[in-house]
Design a protein around this ligand. Sequence first.
Ligand code: RFL
Length: 385
Amino acid sequence: MVILGAGPAGLVLGNVLLAHGIDCVILERATRAHVQSRARAGFLAANTVRVLDRHGLGEGLHRRGQAHGTCEFRTEGCRFRLDYGSLGRGEQHTVYPQQELVTDLLTRYLDAGGQVRFETEAVAVREADGARPRVEVREPDGRPARWQARYVAGCDGRHGAARRSLPAGAVRRHHRDPGISWLGLLIEAPPSMDAVGYAVHERGFAGHMARTPEVTRYYLQCGRGEAADTWSEERIWDELALRMRAGEHGALRRGPVVQRAVVDLESDVLEPLRHGSLFLVGDAAGLLSPSAAKGANLAVLEAELLAVALVDALAHGDPRGLDGYSARCLPFIWRAQEFSHWMIQLLHGSPGETSFQQALRCARIESLRTSRTHQDWFAEHYVGV
Ligand code: RFL
C-alpha cells in the first residue's frame, strides 16, 4: 500500500493499516520538521476524538488539548454568546493544534515500525485503473524512482499528485468560489477571550480562535488577490480592534504576528472518490473553506473509513468496503460543505450584496440569538462531522 502525504489523513490511515499488519509506505514531499510545524487547524470535533481514541491515537490530545464549547457573535449593536457545548448533542471541541496532532501521529507510526520517505515528491500515479498502480516520485536527491502497490491512497491535499493524475472525465469536480478571502494570522499572544469570536462588520469579517495559551489565530476578511505582506502589523491591529469592536467589548491581547497567509474561501468535492486502485482522502477528496473548521475533521473520518475497507480487502479478501468507500464518505462531505457555506453566508456580505440580502443576514443572526431550535441546529452542525 502506498500513501501519498503525511498530513492528518495519510497518518491516520497509515497508523490503522500498520496496526492491522498491512504493509505500507508514506511518501511525503516535505521534511519531517516542516510537517511537524505546519500550523493550520485547531478545532477537533467530538467524533474526531472518538475516531482517534478507537485506534489508540488520542493520548496527546487528551493530555494537552483543551475542551471548548462557547462562541461569541459581535454585530452592530449586538453581542451574544452561544454555549454550543451544552446545546444540540451537547458535544464540545477539543482545541489541539494540527501540527501537534500530526507530530503525535507521525511519532506513533514511526515507533510502530512504519516507513515514511520524507522529501520524496510523488509526481504522478500511473495505471491506477489496473491492479498494480505505480507512483512515480522524485527522490530527495532529485533522481526519479517508482513505487508499486496494490492500492494507492491520495492523501496529498488539493495540489497533490493524486488529483493531478486523474484522467479527464474519471471524476466530476463540483466547485464553488464565493469570491471571499481571509487573511489568516497566527499571533504570539494569549487568546483575548474565552470563546471563538465571530465579528460581522461593514468593513468585513474578523475572527478569533484560541490555539494554545500562548498562541491565537485571527482572521480578517481581505480583498481577493491581496498579498499577505502588504498588511503592516499596525493595520492588522487597527482592523482587528475596529471589526471586533474592542472599544466596546474589551481590548485584544497583542503580540507579534508569527504567520500570515491569505486563504480564498473556495470549496470543491470530487465524485467519486476513487479511480480504480487510487483512492482520494482528506483535502485531496474535497476542499472545505476554513469558515466552519471542518477540513481536518473530515480528513480523519475518511481516513478511518478507508482504512477499515482496506483491511477488509487486503487481510480478508473482501472488497465490498472499498466499493462503497465513496458513497459512504460523500454524505458527510456534503453536510460539512453545506454548513461551511451557511457560515460563509452568515459572516460576510457577498460582493455586491443588496440591502435586501443584508437584512436577511441580520435576520438570520437574530434568529440564532433568540431561537433555541436554531441554536440546537447550529451546535449540532458546528461540532458534528
Ligand atoms: P494536508 O494536511 O494538506 O497534508 C497533505 C500532505 O501531503 C503532502 N504532499 C505531497 N507529498 C508527496 N507528494 C506530493 N506530490 C505531495 N503534495 C502534497 C504535503 O506536504 C502534506 O504533508 O492534507 P490532509 O491530510 O487531507 O488534511 C487536511 C487538513 O490539513 C485541512 O483540511 C485543515 O488544515 C483545514 N483547516 C481546518 N480544519 C479543521 O478541521 N479545523 C480547523 O480549525 C481548520 N483551520 C484549516 C484551518 C486550514 C487552513 N488553511 C491553511 C487552508 C485554518 C487554515 C488557515
